[in-house]
Each structure stands twice: as structure tokens, then as C-alpha cells.
Design a protein around this ligand. Structure first.
Ligand code: PSZ
Length: 495
């Protein structure tokens, strides 16, 4: 009853906001009502946020808390805080909001009586799935699976998905080594004490500046910031530099191709080196665009090169789409832009997909049950929400909107770069996954702080990069709100 009452309050608030909100002609219909511009009434964090931060500090470290939010009063692309400030949100909960705040389709899914038991009962899905589990998986996940991928496994978070994706690669590698035979008694016993042959000294190749999560296996493949890694023992796994490309990509094709070919050679050399020192490489993990590490792009040819190397050597190829998936690049999966001749073996997802998990080729499906497993293996209530997200994406042609807004955003960034050449460089992007670099980290941070004062919330990545991670419902009118304030802030920098 309490839930229903709260929902009703939320619904009526949303209707109320809808009636007072600006409804001027929009570029494409997104079914949400939201303010027409930011509103800043206090410092951010304001007094209420500061008080709550102090209280939280009694319980937790608050070093990462920016401000406290008022989610009831956040709508679409606009995030409200507890002090009554309303910000255009270009960072969206670390890139994890597909349809913005309080989207009517999601509110309606939560309010439907037939969904009640899905939200109330959290089953151990691997052993006791509900009757509608198969159809929900089909609607929410299989209907948007990357081309050629038929199997999917749900999980909790991004790191958890990477962790289990890596395990699927190790299982496949060792199963191939055994020629499909069952593991020996010696293997079964030795793995219990972390010894070979049951615990083989295999490795995974990853790239510098990569981010794949913070659990121990995923962290071994993460190389973006020392804060993530310090103090943790890590396996000796091969690391290769990610191509360092020149932007704009379309004007530096030959030079970039040479750089990527060099890196592909380094990948082959590194695999040989680790095979020789008896730490055979079982697979390669890579992001289609390196996000946390600085929005670093590489070409379709580079990712095809990695596919060729892994296929030639019988290694697994994990494409980590935790941050790039769910349509943000204008295609549902970023690696679809690469037109690979053969799909990756594993594709991990989380963030905008609302549930974690990974797609896998049928050949990467373990034979035995309980090999890729934990208590919940995901959460059906997240799948119920994802089902709605996927429906909205398809019915409202959201990906066309992402492409057109992305083009508009990138051309705006290029104009800004031309206007402030001493400060801005390397405007780049695919869909609305856009970024640009600053001359120094200090300037970037100052611009972000000044933008916040004008009610625009942004995110950083890499050393000097400002990145854009808006919702899929981000439109030209939101770009205009941002650009006006961005220009203002940049023009004031030297004054
Ligand atoms: O500081 C952090 O822990 C952050 S900030 C952004 C992320 C994590 N991104 C998460 C992420 C990712 O971008 C990619 C490509 N792979 C895996 C992950 C891990 O996802 P979570 O955070 O859900 O474990």
C-alpha cells in the first residue's frame, strides 16, 4: 500500500510538472516533460546537501559525494538536488540512465499490478526462475542482442559481468585444451588449493587506460587510475598500449592506421612473450571506445585486427560494452559500427541496460550448470524495466534521435574548439558519446565547476577530458542550453 501511495504521489507530481513545463516544439517526441532550462538557487552542494553529507560522514567515507539529489523532482534530462537546484544532467549517474529521470513508461511498469510480484520477490534466478523469465529475457535482451549472438547471461553490475565473462573465456580455453574431455581428478583436486593443473596460469591481455571494473579479475585488466588499483595484489597479465590516435580521425587516416598496425604487432609479440613464459593468453578484453581512460577511439580495422588475432590463435575476444552499449553511439552496440567479419565471443553490458550481464557465442556456454553462477544472477525487476526501455527505444526511434543530436553536439563542440583553440582540442564522438580535451586538467576542472554554477552537470575522464554522457532522450534544445553556458564560461576564463 505504501508503495502504491508513493507511486501515486510521484505520478501526480509528474503530471503537475508536465502542466507547468515548457512544451515548445521538440526535435523528436520523447514522451517526457521537463524544465526548459536549469535553475540554480544555492551553491552546489547547498546547505541541505552539506548537512546530509555531514550525517553520512558518520557512517561512510563521503570523499566522492557531489551533492544529495531529489529524485522525485528530477525529470527527463534534468536532475534536481535537495536544495532546489535543477541541473541539465550530461553525466546521468555515471552514464547509466537510458531514458532520463522518472520516464512515464518506467513509472507505469512499476505501477502495473501484474508486475508487483516481480518487484517484490527477488529469486535465485539460476535455480528458481519465474514463469515469465524466458519471455522477459527474449523481449529485453535477446531482441537487442549483437548480430550473431544467441546466448545471454544476466548478472548484477558491470564488474561482475566482466568477471564472469572472463571466466567463460577461461572455461572455453581449458575445455578446448582438454579436447572436450571431462576434467581429471587431479585437476579437480588441485584447483581447490589454487594449484595447476586445476588452476592453470592463464592470462588475459588488456590495454593501458582501460577500465573494466573493480573486482579483482576485472581490476587486473583496468589501467586508468592508481586510485582504483593501489594496495591490491594483481596477477602478471600482459598489457599493451592502446593506439594513440590523432583527431579528427577522418583527417589522419593513414597515420592512425600505421599506429594501429604497430599496436597490433605489439599485441602479437606480447602474446608470444606470455606463451613463452608459461602464462598463456586465453583472451583479449577491450572497450569499443575507452571511456574512463579518456574517451579514446580506435578504428574498425583495429578491432577487426584483434578479432583476426584471437580467431587465428583460438583465444576469446571480450568486447566490454558496459558504457558504450544501449544505443548511446547511435547503434545499439558500439561494436556494430565496426562490421566485424565475426562477432566478439563475449559482449558485456550494464549501466544504461539497467541489469548487468553478457552475451556470448553458443560455443562459450559452459557445459555444466553452476559454473557461471551466483545467488541472484541478476534481478528480474531490472529486466522488467529494461523491457520497457527497449520498447521505447524501438517505438520512438530513439536511436535516430541519438544520431542527429550527436551530430549537432559534435558540430557545436567543433565550433567551440575553433573559437577557443588555445584551450580546447580533439573534439570527437560517436552518437552522443562525445568528448573534448582541455589544455590542462586545472582548466577542465574549473570549467566543470563554473558550468555547475550555471546549472549544467558534467563528467570528466582521462587526464584532461570533458565527456558527454547524456540520456538517450537528449535533444538539440538541450545542446543549445549547454553550448550557451559553455561559451559563457570559456569566454570568462581569462578575465
Ligand atoms: O569509479 C568507478 O568505479 C567507475 S566510474 C565509471 C565506471 C566505473 N564505469 C564502469 C565500467 C565501465 O565503464 C566499463 C567499460 N566496464 C566495466 C565497468 C564496471 O561497471 P560497474 O561500475 O557497474 O562495476
Amino acid at each position: 500500500m505504501l508503495v502504491t501511495r508513493r507511486l501515486n504521489v510521484l505520478l501526480s507530481k509528474i503530471k503537475e510538472t508536465a502542466s507547468i513545463c515548457d512544451r515548445h516544439a521538440s526535435q523528436f517526441s520523447v514522451g517526457v516533460s521537463e524544465p526548459s532550462e536549469p535553475r540554480v538557487v544555492t551553491d552546489i552542494p547547498g546547505p541541505k546537501s552539506k548537512q546530509l553529507i555531514q550525517q553520512l560522514e558518520q557512517i561512510q567515507n563521503v570523499g566522492a559525494v557531489h551533492f544529495f539529489c531529489d529524485y522525485d523532482n528530477s525529470h527527463g534530462n534534468y536532475l534536481a538536488d535537495v536544495d532546489g537546484n535543477v541541473m541539465l544532467d550530461l553525466y546521468t549517474q555515471i552514464s547509466s540512465l537510458p531514458l532520463g529521470y522518472n520516464h512515464p513508461a518506467l513509472i507505469s511498469a512499476v505501477s502495473k499490478p501484474e508486475n508487483l510480484s516481480t518487484f517484490v520477490n527477488r529469486p535465485a534466478l539460476g535455480v528458481y526462475p519465474p514463469a515469465d523469465w524466458v519471455s522477459r529475457l527474449q523481449n529485453a535482451l535477446i531482441s537487442v542482442s549483437p548480430p550473431g549472438m544467441t546466448h545471454v547471461q544476466t548478472m548484477a553490475c558491470g564488474a561482475c559481468s566482466v568477471e564472469h565473462g572472463l571466466k567463460a573465456i577461461f572455461i572455453k580455453y581449458m575445455s578446448d585444451q582438454r579436447g572436450g574431455e571431462a576434467p581429471s581428478k587431479e585437476a579437480q583436486e588441485s584447483c581447490l588449493v589454487n594449484m595447476a593443473p586445476g588452476s592453470p596460469p592463464l592470462s588475459i591481455l588488456s590495454f593501458n587506460n582501460a577500465f573494466h571494473g573493480r573486482t579483482m579479475g576485472a581490476l587486473a585488466c583496468t589501467h586508468s587510475k592508481w586510485l582504483h588499483k593501489l594496495d591490491f595484489p594483481m596477477p602478471d597479465w600482459p598489457l599493451v598500449r592502446f593506439p594513440d590516435l590523432k583527431y579528427p580521425l577522418e583527417e589522419n587516416v593513414m597515420e592512425n592506421r600505421a599506429e594501429e598496425n604497430k599496436v597490433l604487432e605489439e599485441v602479437e609479440d606480447k602474446i608470444e612473450e606470455y606463451n613463452k613464459k608459461d602464462k598463456p593468453v586465453a583472451g583479449i578484453i577491450v572497450e569499443p571506445v575507452q571511456c574512463e581512460g579518456g574517451d579514446n577511439f580506435a578504428s574498425a580495422e583495429f578491432f577487426q585486427g584483434l578479432r583476426d588475432i584471437t580467431n587465428k590463435r583460438g583465444l576469446g575476444y571480450l568486447m566490454d560494452e558496459v558504457q558504450t552499449g544501449c544505443g548511446v553511439t547511435g547503434k545499439f552496440w558500439a561494436h556494430e559500427h565496426f562490421n566485424l567479419t565475426d562477432t566478439p565471443d563475449i559482449v558485456t553490458f550494464s549501466k544504461k541496460m539497467l541489469t548487468g550481464g553478457f552475451y556470448k557465442k553458443a560455443s562459450f556456454q559452459p557445459k555444466e550448470g553452476y559454473r557461471i553462477f551466483n545467488t541472484w544472477v541478476g534481478d528480474p525487476s531490472k529486466i522488467a524495466l529494461l523491457e520497457e526501455v527497449v520498447k521505447v527505444i524501438k517505438e520512438d526511434n530513439i536511436l535516430d534521435g541519438v544520431k542527429s543530436t550527436g551530430n549537432y553536439l559534435l558540430s557545436g563542440l567543433k565550433q567551440m574548439q575553433a573559437k577557443y583553440p588555445g584551450i580546447l582540442s580533439k573534439s570527437r564522438g560517436l552518437g552522443t558519446l562525445c568528448a573534448l580535451d582541455f589544455n590542462t586538467a586545472a582548466t577542465r576542472d574549473k570549467v566543470m565547476a563554473d558550468l555547475r554554477k550555471k546549472g549544467v552537470h558534467t563528467g570528466a575522464c582521462g587526464e584532461t577530458t570533458l565527456r558527454f554522457r547524456p540520456t538517450l532522450l537528449f535533444q538539440n534544445k538541450h545542446v543549445d542550453v549547454f553550448m550557451e553556458r559553455f561559451d559563457d564560461v570559456l569566454s570568462q576564463l581569462d578575465k
